[in-house]
Design a protein around this ligand. Structure first.
Ligand code: FFI
Ligand code: NDP
Length: 502
């Protein structure tokens, strides 16, 4: 029996961000490997007209939980949704719930965060810094607490090139930032944001760095560890390959490419694509929870969960493999045939944007207008290119993360634990992973039927023919115009095709 799985048996576990991408996979793995755990408390807010219970039912009824429910048929009873809003000062947890959480919790996994790069600084601080501080305060009042695991990001210090498993100080103390957010108005915050974030690319990475400092400063007497994943992608193996349910990281751009909207990208083909499957992140996180609780390391250990140093994949290779997969598994109703021109040259990017993005969008909107429909493609293109510009920072650089603690932890695991909680990224075959990732996007995110693949292939063939026809027509028009205006062009033409009467 796995030592780690046995450790979680009988435990009361508190998870924040359990309705998110990582949180769901974490819960699933816990139920599947430790079905005898006591309870999982999840801090949830109502959303999109759904109550807490409806949200939980929807998650448990998803395909992700099918295997877990076979192993642990009473998951519904073992999950307890607690109303909470981490944006609120008191986290909006009722007194009764708070008492139960404080007296029962053994392990905390703090996953909740805003992962939006362009979030307003006030909101990002509230969620990624202040809420972390409040949870640590809560944790300090939990008599049965064995470990507090904070999920950060490998990019929290992306202003550095080489990043060690240490907490780097921020120029301004988190407490000062938290205080100032309480009295500064939005306009002033907007004005000072670029100065505060300095050489960080966005408010997300900046506030995640502040969050780590808060953990270091305020988690002093607790048994705390930090896990820093890089770009979290679809599942590699568990509970099945390719599961993904949101557009973050590469997923959104893979869809935009597969649907033929995005055909070129300002990206450095030889930059490392530090994607890490979500099940690897979850396995490491659970191993860290066990190790922190059982070994009680003297200081806060940080664990990098990255792929680049052990098994690197590059954006160029990833783009190529994504395209190769579209040949076999195309997405339905593509706007144009998928293509992936990655270039690090700004001028070339602008050229491709004009030719491959704006021109087709404008032509298509013209066609929609002509046929009495509402134009929408230029608007969509505008949003897509804005999104791409936000991600460009991460696809034009490479980072080196040291992984000493992660490797140390791997060496402490029994062979059985290494199998059940496998986080050895060296075993990952990128070509296979990317293919399953694309397939997973098609099935679980786009919810497209596999039976539609022949029709999707037909559609791409039609698009190719339209493309050839369009290019031929364009060439003929250009040539005709040239012939009409240039004696040299006429001479060349008559040289190639002399008139019959000569
Ligand atoms: C042709 C070439 C093809 C090549 C072939 C393909 C090869 C693959 C190449 C792959 C390269 C991968 C690069 C990954 C780099 C990730 C680095 C992460 C590093 C840090 C990791 C972390 O530690 S952190 C987790 C990551 N954190 C995010 O990844 C949040 C992103 N997100 C936002 O920061 C906001 O979303 C943002 C976008 C500001 C808009 O913000 P905004 O306010 O303008 O508008 P919205 O948020 O409302 O989004 C407006 C519409 O963009 C949709 N959308 C949202 N995200 C999207 C997304 N990633 N790709 C597409 N579409 C996305 C959304 O679904 C809306 O669509 P709709 O309106 O139709 O629903
Ligand atoms: N995805 C990635 O590529 C990476 C993620 N990470 C880190 O992993 C962690 C999880 O990320 P991921 O699962 O991808 O993110 P998601 O955006 O999928 O999930 C975020 C979670 O936080 C919850 N949350 C947000 N705001 C509140 C609030 N006010 N009150 C209560 N809960 C709230 C969300 O709840 P709700 O469903 O109600 O919105 C959701 O459960 C984060 O800490 C992130 O920084 C690190 C590296 C990469």
């Amino acid at each position: 029996m796995s030592t780690i799985a046995a450790f979680y048996g009988g435990k009361s576990i508190l998870i924040t961000g359990a309705t998110g991408f990582l949180g769901k996979v974490l819960m699933e793995k816990l139920f599947r490997t430790s079905p005898d755990l006591k309870v999982i408390y999840i801090l949830v807010r109502p959303k999109a007209g759904q109550t807490l219970q409806q949200r939980v039912v929807q998650i448990l009824n998803s395909k992700l939980f099918e295997k877990a429910k076979e192993v642990c048929p009473n998951v519904h009873e073992k999950i307890r949704a607690v109303y909470a809003d981490l944006n609120q000062n008191d986290l909006a947890i009722s007194k009764g719930d708070m008492q139960e959480l404080l007296s029962c919790t053994n392990i905390v996994f703090h996953c909740a965060a805003t992962v939006r790069f362009n979030d307003h600084l006030r909101h990002a601080v509230q969620l990624n810094v202040t809420a972390t501080q409040k949870l640590l305060l809560m944790a300090s009042q939990m008599p049965k607490l064995e470990a507090f695991i904070h999920i950060s990001t490998a990019f929290s210090n992306c202003n550095l090139k080489h990043i060690d498993e240490v907490i780097y100080p921020c120029p301004v103390e988190p407490k000062k930032i938290i205080d100032s957010m309480e009295w500064l108005d939005d306009a002033i915050i907007d004005e000072i944001t670029p100065k505060l974030i300095g050489d960080q690319p966005n408010t997300y990475t900046y506030t995640k760095a502040l969050g780590e400092m808060v953990v270091q400063q305020e988690g002093g007497n607790l048994n705390v560890a930090i896990v820093r994943p890089s770009i979290v992608g679809a599942t590699w193996q568990e509970p099945f390959p390719g599961w993904v349910d949101n557009l973050n990281g590469p997923s959104g751009l893979i869809i935009a490419t597969g649907k033929g909207f995005l055909r070129a990208l300002r990206a450095t083909p030889m930059a490392v694509a530090d994607v890490i499957p979500v099940d690897i992140v979850v396995n490491l996180t659970l191993a860290v929870g066990w190790y922190t609780a059982v070994q009680r390391p003297k200081s806060t250990l940080i664990y990098h969960c990255t792929s680049g140093n052990l098994n690197p994949c590059y954006w160029g290779k990833m783009g190529f493999q994504v395209l190769a997969t579209f040949e076999k598994i195309p997405f339905e109703r593509a706007f144009r045939r998928p293509n992936a021109d990655l270039t690090s040259n700004t001028f070339t990017t602008q050229y491709w944007n004009a030719v491959s993005h704006w021109a087709p969008a404008i032509i298509y909107d013209f066609y929609l207008r002509l046929t009495g429909r509402k134009p929408r493609m230029t608007k969509l293109m505008n949003r897509l290119l804005r999104t791409v510009s936000m991600l460009e920072y991460f696809i034009n650089r490479s980072w080196e993360w040291s992984t000493c603690n992660t490797e140390m932890l791997m060496s402490k695991l029994s062979p059985e634990d290494q199998r059940v909680f496998n986080f050895d990224v060296r075993q990952l075959n990128w070509l296979e992973y990317i293919e399953n990732y694309v397939l997973g996007i098609k099935k679980y995110l786009l919810k497209e039927d596999m039976a539609g693949i022949p029709e999707a292939k037909q559609h791409l063939k039609r698009l190719r023919n339209i493309h050839y026809l369009f290019n031929t027509a364009l060439f003929l028009i250009a040539w005709r115009l040239l012939m009409a205006r240039s004696q040299m062009a006429r001479n060349v033409w008559f040289f190639i095709c002399p008139p019959y009467n000569l």
